[in-house]
Design a protein around this ligand. Sequence first.
Ligand SMILES: C[S@@+](CC[C@H](N)C(=O)[O-])C[C@H]1O[C@@H](n2cnc3c(N)ncnc32)[C@H](O)[C@@H]1O
Length: 390
Amino acid sequence: MTPAARAAAAIEVLDRWLAGMPAEQALTNWARSSRFAGSGDRHAVRDLVFQAIRCRRSHAAFGGAETGRGLILGGQRDRGEDPAAIFTGEGHAPAPLTDAERDSGHAPSGAEALDCPEWLWPRLQTSLGADAAPVMAAQRQRADVHLRVNSLRATPTEALAALAAENIICAPHPLADTALSVIEGGRRVAQSRAYLEGLVELQDAASQAVVAALPLRPGMRVLDYCAGGGGKALAMAARTGGPVAAHDADPRRMRDLPARAGRAGAAITLLSPDHVANSGPWDLVLTDVPCSGSGSWRRAPEGKWLLTAERLTELARLQDGILDRASALLGPGGVLAYATCSLLSCENGDRIAAFLARHPGWTVKAQRQFTPLDGGDGFFVAVLTREISD
Ligand SMILES: C[S@@+](CC[C@H](N)C(=O)[O-])C[C@H]1O[C@@H](n2cnc3c(N)ncnc32)[C@H](O)[C@@H]1O
């Protein structure tokens, strides 16, 4: 496909997304009906679509319309490219620009230029202060691919060499000792021997830094209360030597975890929702709670446009409930860890403050907010312990 034909395909997919279809589904439908498209074309169309979603507000402003055509046109203007090279009407290219389209568009400013929903901008400023604008500007770009070296299978040096042998070039990432940043070959990681044999896992560097912040020791009884796909459970098991218990309110989310654990040589036991309340006592319970995902909008940009103030209120209730239930599962001197991939204080520090107000006797041992300015996704972690009374 020519660059112009790829742009036309992205316009079609974006129009379906704007009409309410999830982007993945719209991309799959397009690929099924476009058998002529090779994998390079599919990746290129996907990149165009996701970049337009990340930059929905600013590209609609530059392009003069919140349509597939407007977003692709706006993206070109934003990058300083010549739209006439794409909007040619030749072959499978998009139709030439009309006079109205040629005169359309404006340079965005404020929250619009940062691709931030207007209602959310004051909350982000309150949460991040002077970092709010650079953080949201960073979220307009796609994220790097990061790997976690699985210390149960390899050292960072061994993992780097194994990846390099498959032409996947990586470098150590400063956020965690286990973290690598992929410089070349990111799309081939999941098919590589290093990945299939468990030397490395795909995991954002800040997510690894969250686990590195936990006071884990070999032999500890550890529960991952919101395990999901198990990225943090696997990282914790690599630090303690396992076993780590994994629980999720929706156990289907953990369905790939036994295979992932097998690949990694990690001891993970699954704990069903029926049994979790009577489990323990645990030495450390991690609550990696459901959240807005505002720290990972580079990877999952649709969430930025779906979030509402009502949803944040609902999430706070859910986060408080999880903290309350998880704290009851800890033994004396146990550690309660709270994590989100959110940038918003209403999901982070505010939830910890509310927990401390409801549960006297608990204290915060460590707390850190990561943002994309640190080189990974946005994450928050707090580590709490309870004073042991005589
Ligand atoms: C942020 S994700 C976890 C990601 C995972 N820890 C990882 O690192 O890959 C949050 C998870 O919490 C689960 N969840 C939602 N409500 C819950 C609840 N009340 N109790 C336990 N888990 C819950 C969701 O199903 C989801 O899988």
